[in-house]
Write a protein that binds this ligand. Sequence first.
Ligand code: HEM
Length: 470
Amino acid sequence: MLTIYLLGLGILWIVYDHLLLSPLSKIPGPPLACATRLVLMYYEFTRRRRRWIHQLHVKYGPVVRIAPDEVSFANWDAVKEIYVSDGSGYDKTSFYHLFDNYEHECMFSTLDKTPHGERRKRFSDRYSKSFIMQAEVMDGIRERAEGFVARCTEKAGVAADIYILLHCYAIDCITRHLYDPQGMRSLTEAADLMTVKELLFTDNFRESYFQYYFPDLSRLLSRVFSPANRLRLLAARTLNATRRSDISNHTVLSKFKSSSEQLETKSIASELLDHAIAGIDTAGDGLCFLLHHLSLPASASIQEALRAELTEKEGTPIDGLPYLDAVVKEGLRCFSPVPMSLPRRVPKGGRTIAGAYVPEDTIVSCQAYTLHRLNADVFPDPEEFRPERWLKKEYVLERNHLFFAFSTGGRGCIGKHLAMLEMKMLLKEVYSTCRTHISPEMTASMEQLDEFITTRPIDQKCLIVFEKVI
Ligand code: HEM
């Protein structure tokens, strides 16, 4: 009896402390979520975190407390402070250790900014815009975009499942950039296609969240149950490639190999594997949502406008096509492949973020999904797909500030230029030669399903018919 009484008192004290005494108590948020993290965990485990947080922002405004020690923000002041201050913003939280590979950190999973910056410097030139725009890199991507169109037009009038084929395209492009000639050819080789299917259709979501919240128990259980691993084949391929010496000069691996300060093989492989996953889970899904949207009957005029630009400006460098650029940006705004919160830890001494004081060690974040929708002055009718909004002069600065698809600052996406090129090249190949429409057999839902920070179409299928126009 005494135990129950003491337990009850303990719970009451925690609730009182979280709701009234905490320095975060002035920040609005649902009282139950401010009292216990279980509410946020419930939305995480049921894959509804992103939408729940978005609804809270719609209700409470740009600053919302989503757990006793976690706050979500949705304006430029917060983005600037959390992700850009001192170059790369605040340090990451231990959530990112979920992205270690072969039990080694990679740049993405390195929490503190100093070691992160040192690692990034080792190979960042391989992702600079001038490097990506070289013929050696561009030709490889063009060849794979042509390969994608060839696969989709093999049998006239027969639908192609672009969900799989676009991930093949993304994996073939990124693994070439990382370790050509050991890169994959999943658009044409059956064995490589198996690797793509393992990546796409093995679901480690709940195990990984469980590992984040209960690391010891998860370690114990994994010894007994050994869950399926979606990275098994790709991880083996990447480690083998890392050990090879016959690697092309334009690759990221060759940069590692030519460095005067050598890293361990598994540390290099961890980096390469992370880039491979980062390149597949993002460009593949982003293109799938975008091509699906462009194939809807309501988007016929967008396809025509795109085709007109591609025909009239034939021969223009890919970066000189403003409508193509606007279509890709609008795709990334509406269907951000990384739409979820990117968590960071408030530094010692606490900080004032977007007018709210937040004590040290609080978890803070912004999510692209909300930044791309909440401010209706900058993004009027935010649910509408309108490429033209990117061509307007009004609010140009604000629009670019709130565009968070690649994050920003020193920890923003290193693959941004490569990803933009892959997306533009693919749309150029498709819409200069074809019209696309949704197959009548397409019953799969394209609703966005939350992963950890990324998203994918819920039914993992997208049937599109490609009709050749030239
Ligand atoms: C449309 C495609 C892409 C999108 C939307 C995207 C988005 C992002 C975002 C939002 C981040 C920051 C994540 C965070 O802070 O938690 C990020 C980081 C990163 N991205 Fe991408 N990405 C894309 C494609 C790529 C590609 C093709 C690569 C290939 C190398 C890549 C490699 C990385 C890496 C290595 C990081 C970590 C950067 C660091 O820690 O400094 N991404 N990406």
